[in-house]
Design a protein around this ligand. Structure first.
Ligand code: NAP
Length: 268
């Protein structure tokens, strides 16, 4: 039996175990997916321990995504993003680290029919999810503007992303009305019924992806739908980052519908 896992702290409410196990079941794979909760500064030890125990693959979540790159051979995209959320354990070498949040953003948007080539994209937020979104969108040939509450983080990220610009949240007034794609990569909307983007900036030619998946229907997505925009909830991003990890680990196309059903069952 293959054992896959997630390290995070806390990980108690993670939706990854049912999502991945639905995938194993659909393909008849003899595998389990379990969660581990190392102490906050034990990321490297946890990865070494997993390797020693023969764990087949690891996902990584808060607060470890930025620490794990030091413990693995990091692939170039994860290196640029500065965060690893998926680790493989090849037979013939050191653990390797990848970032599948980037694929989660792109595949969620593509699933909703968005053509990113030449698109004008605005990313709100410059933390882990914002960095993944900004690099992924630029790699997909979109033009990226990053807006963040702490403006220094937005400008620093924009300097690292090819062709990107960065600025304050109040600069969204100028950017969103002409944008094709808007990604909320802040945590705003998670705790309270709040939005980082004023509703009157949204429009019918826009596709809005909210990385927040709890609640699934955020205020931003409600506002976007009311304006006639295409909406993509955070569960799609969560699904496709998991799908990308699943495919990297197993070398097989993931049973996307089965994984999506398991996720939606627990979210809605
Ligand atoms: P993070 O690294 O801690 O970054 C948090 C971001 O939110 C920063 O840009 C921060 O701005 C901004 N922010 C926080 N409170 C704010 C407020 N009151 N007003 C304006 N901006 C605020 O977190 P993360 O890992 O990027 O995660 C961000 C969100 O994405 C979370 O809700 C997380 O659950 C979600 N996420 C979803 C997926 C998925 O698969 N769907 C994957 C990853 C993350 P400052 O820089 O100014 O602090």
């Amino acid at each position: 039996m293959d054992v896959y896992g997630l390290i995070g702290n806390p990980v108690g409410h993670s939706l990854s175990p049912p999502m991945h196990e639905a995938g194993y079941e659909a393909l008849g794979l003899d595998a389990r997916y379990v969660t581990f909760e190392p102490a906050p500064d034990d990321a490297a030890r946890a990865v070494r321990g997993a390797a020693a125990l023969g764990v087949a693959g690891l996902n990584v979540t808060i607060p470890f995504k930025r620490d794990v790159p030091e413990a693995v051979e990091t692939d170039p995209l994860a290196e640029r993003i500065g965060a690893v959320n998926t680790v493989t354990f090849p037979d013939d070498g050191d653990p390797r680290g990848y970032n599948t949040d980037a694929a989660g953003v792109i595949r969620a948007l593509e699933r909703h029919g968005v053509d990113l080539d030449g698109a004008d994209a605005v990313v709100v937020g410059a933390g882990g999810a914002g960095r993944a979104a900004a690099f992924a969108l630029a790699d997909a040939d979109a033009t990226v503007h990053v807006a963040n509450r702490t403006v220094e983080r937005a400008t620093e990220l924009a300097e690292a992303v090819p062709g990107a610009t960065g600025g304050r949240l109040d600069g969204l007034d100028e950017r969103v009305p002409t944008a094709d794609v808007l990604v909320n990569a802040t945590s705003v909307g998670m705790e309270a019924d709040a939005t980082p983007v004023p509703a009157d900036l949204l429009h019918a030619d826009l596709t809005v992806l909210d990385a927040v998946y709890s609640p699934v229907e955020t205020r931003l997505l409600r506002d976007a739908a009311a304006m006639g925009a295409t909406t993509v909830d955070g569960a799609w991003m969560l699904l496709y980052q998991g799908v990308a990890a699943f495919e990297r680990w197993t070398g097989t196309d993931a049973p996307v519908d089965a994984m999506n059903a398991a996720l939606r069952e627990r979210l809605e």
